[in-house]
Design a protein around this ligand. Structure first.
Ligand SMILES: Nc1ncnc2c1ncn2[C@@H]1O[C@H](COP(=O)(O)OP(=O)(O)OP(=O)(O)O)[C@@H](O)[C@H]1O
Ligand SMILES: [Mg+2]
Length: 322
């Protein structure tokens, strides 16, 4: 990100304990409760491809993972990522790249692996095979101290805002700075007040999360994700549980903050209106692979029947209830 890179990334309440616990031990990936063990990215584990299942998957857009030159810079690349959970392939030979300094929207039906993908990007899960490259690092190959360093460059807004119920809004936003930086309390106070003002919560800084509406909680989570000035900001369904007007306002805020701060933003959603509003690059995920990815304009005029159906929210098309 332009400005102070290298401070802290965060974290939701479900993951915060595991991240903090791991940090205090500072050991290997196996010590991370949510991870599934260390990986050899060279090993390819059974990718199921029956042709029929992936007939609409035309690939990862203008990204050529085989290495053909493009002038785009990619902050993140997943290469042939396979991940099985409970014996079921969730990421199924996933190839995707996320462009630098743009707002990328990752769309896809429910249960298709979007949150699992995010967990791979921040090293809470590791692939059975394939590679996940974030800001020039191969995540599965990082030692735990290096992984923690990388996580400090990533801000995450989890689905429910994931605020600590026992802390005020101010302390929630200050938490990553107190945890991971040597900033003084007065520097922290200045930064936190600025971020809370950015998201329109200056008046609510002494409130507890339970006093906030759903939309305010999301904005507080957003302020916390941004407080460390990360290079990458990931939003897992920032619009879930919000009415359409608040969704549009939150998207506007995301857009504005991106314009001001730059950085690589990844917004996971199933909301097509949100994708239209903020998506500069769109990747459509289904069955653990990218159906198609590309610049928003191109995606919204795609000829691919699956992409057309999903982006128009139509009942007619290859995507059914199963
Ligand atoms: N820890 C886990 N153990 C077993 N299965 C899991 C685990 N985490 C996710 N899954 C399974 O992986 C699949 C993809 O889950 P994921 O949460 O990534 O979906 P999603 O695309 O984020 O869906 P939604 O849009 O509803 O949030 C689901 O079938 C889910 O049940
Ligand atoms: Mg999800």
């Amino acid at each position: 990100m332009r400005g102070g890179a290298g401070v802290v990334g965060l974290i939701g309440s479900s993951t915060i304990t595991s991240i903090c616990a791991v940090e205090s031990v500072g050991g290997t990936h196996e010590e991370d409760g949510e991870s599934e063990g260390v990986v050899d990215p060279g090993v390819v584990v059974g990718v199921e491809d029956d042709g029929e299942e992936f007939q609409y998957h035309s690939g990862a857009g203008d990204l050529d993972l085989a290495g053909e030159a493009t002038d785009r810079k990619w902050s993140i690349r997943c290469v042939d990522v396979v991940k099985r959970l409970a014996g079921i392939p969730v990421l199924n030979g996933l190839n995707v790249a996320i462009p630098d300094d743009m707002v990328t929207v990752v769309l896809g039906p429910s249960g298709t692996g979007k949150s699992v993908l995010i967990k791979h990007l921040i090293g809470l899960m590791f692939p059975d095979s394939g590679d996940v490259q974030v800001l020039g690092n191969s995540v599965p190959k990082l030692t735990m101290p290096k992984l923690l360093e990388l996580r400090r460059r990533i801000g995450v807004l989890f689905q429910d805002g994931a605020l600590f119920g026992s802390m005020s809004v101010f302390d929630n936003v200050a938490f990553p700075l107190r945890q991971h930086t040597g900033m003084s309390e007065s520097q922290i106070g200045e930064r936190v007040r600025q971020r809370l003002a950015d998201v329109g919560l200056a008046e609510a800084m002494d409130d507890s999360p339970s006093q906030l509406s759903g939309g305010m909680r999301k904005r507080a989570g957003f302020a916390r994700a941004l407080v460390t000035e990360p290079d990458v900001v990931i939003f897992d369904e920032p619009d879930s549980g919000l009415d359409p007007v608040r969704t549009a306002l939150l998207c506007e805020l995301i857009k504005e903050m991106h314009e001001v701060n730059g950085g690589t933003y990844i917004v996971v959603t199933h909301n097509i209106a949100s994708a239209r509003q903020i998506g500069e690059y769109i990747a459509l995920l289904w069955r653990g692979r990218i159906v198609e990815a590309g610049d928003a304009e191109r995606m919204f005029s795609s000829e691919n029947p699956f992409v057309r159906q999903f982006l128009s929210g139509s009942a007619a098309g290859p995507l059914g209830m199963d």
